[in-house]
Design a protein around this ligand. Structure first.
Ligand SMILES: [Zn+2]
Length: 390
């Protein structure tokens, strides 16, 4: 596939990209001459960027509504509160079989142009994943909720994996003390990637390879977020949504909120969603360069906005094409005639999102129906029209 004449979201120039065997094979400023077998797509006024990397989600928790009704001091207070106040609601969602919940979690991400998600929790068994679910991590829930965390942290069988842990998710002293405790007990200097870090100082941050910033979740729970303007001097900042227990399904909403804080520059926020995340997790994606996995998003540029404004203005309705490892996973209806012959025999769902029509791989209607047999009240953010074999 050759993509011609698209503007880099983080630059001013137009580029042309060739994809071959799931990888980016060429990136040029002059049009690429293909042979007749190559599918060529030309765009005017479109943006291209690496498929987003969501560095923190719990794929199986995305059928929950936001739970909570006030500001909490820390995650243990919130956890105890919701298990007491929302017991029936939680049980209802957990009745939905795990494979269905995970599949919806993947679609939640894909619909927004996320092509890689770092899942937190038990290792998942997923066949035919539509996006990369990255699990090369040693996950500990948190100092407060993970039993025997000191032993698990230093588990010699997991020493090659980075430890991903919720840390410092609070505004009180306990949240700050647990960070010191984790650092002190990291006897074998495991690579630490901390999630949330609301209570963290710059000095503490220097003990972490990366910090996953989840501003929407932080504001919902704590009415405060991590001081990433300070932490970024000492570690690498990545971006995460967490699950819908504490945030909107749509990562663009989270990104907009993050930008408004002004704690990262536009450039830093952009790279927290792609190349910096890829570097910290050691993934071969997150950049539009020869040899990288072909994880790419092309989106409609609105109102000729200049610079980063056109990227930060996006929403799921603006996505024209989402490519994951060279495979077309989602496209706007206006590309159907050009893409159909190359996708022959593959099943896609026609959906409506904010009044525009998209095709997304797989039978989303069937999934929605199955979920509705357990949870009829769940309201999906998209409307399913039909499933088609192209
Ligand atoms: Zn989490």
């Amino acid at each position: 596939m050759i993509l011609q004449g698209i503007r880099l979201a983080d630059g001013e120039q137009n580029v042309n990209v060739r994809i071959n065997n799931g990888k980016i094979d060429a990136l040029t400023s002059v049009p690429i001459a293909g042979n007749t077998a190559d599918l060529q797509l030309g765009f005017d006024d479109a943006l291209i960027f690496p498929g987003l990397i969501n560095s923190h989600d719990h794929l199986d928790f995305n059928l929950f509504p936001q739970l909570g009704n006030r500001t909490y001091k820390n995650y243990t207070e919130w956890g105890a509160y919701i298990h007491q106040q929302y017991k029936p609601e939680i049980e209802r969602v957990l009745q939905v079989p795990l494979p269905l919940r995970i599949r919806w979690g993947m679609y939640k991400n894909l619909l927004c142009g996320v092509t890689t998600v770092v899942n937190h929790g038990e290792q998942l068994i997923i066949d035919d994943a539509l996006i990369t679910v990255y699990e090369e991590t040693h996950d500990l829930h948190s100092v407060g909720f993970e039993k025997l965390w000191k032993l698990k942290l230093n588990n010699p069988l997991k020493k090659h994996l980075p430890v991903a842990i919720h840390i410092g998710e609070g505004t009180d002293e306990a949240a700050s003390i647990e960070i010191d405790s984790l650092i002190r007990w990291n006897k074998w200097r495991r690579v630490l990637i901390g999630i949330h870090a609301v209570a963290m100082t710059g000095k503490q941050a220097s003990s972490f390879k990366g910090i996953v910033w989840c501003p929407e979740s932080n504001y919902y729970l704590l009415n405060k977020t991590a001081p990433v303007h300070q932490l970024k001097q000492h570690t690498t900042i990545l971006f995460g949504t967490d699950s819908t227990l504490t945030g909107n399904w749509n990562i663009w909403d989270h990104i907009g909120m993050a930008r408004k804080t002004g704690l990262l520059t536009d450039d830093e926020l952009f790279h927290s969603l792609n190349s910096n995340a890829a570097k910290v997790w050691k993934m071969n994606t997150g950049a539009i360069n020869k040899g990288k996995d072909a994880d790419l998003v092309i989106a409609r540029r609105k109102d000729h906005a200049a610079g980063f404004d056109s990227f930060y203005d996006l929403s799921p309705a603006d996505l024209l094409l989402v490519i994951h490892q060279g495979n077309t996973r989602l496209f706007d209806q206006e590309l159907l005639s050009q893409l159909a012959s190359g996708l022959k025999g593959r099943g896609f769902s026609l959906i409506r999102i904010n009044k525009v029509h998209k095709y997304v791989e797989g039978n989303l209607g069937e999934l929605m129906e199955q979920i509705h047999t357990y949870l009829p009240e769940f309201s999906f953010p998209i409307e399913f029209i039909d499933h088609q074999i192209l």
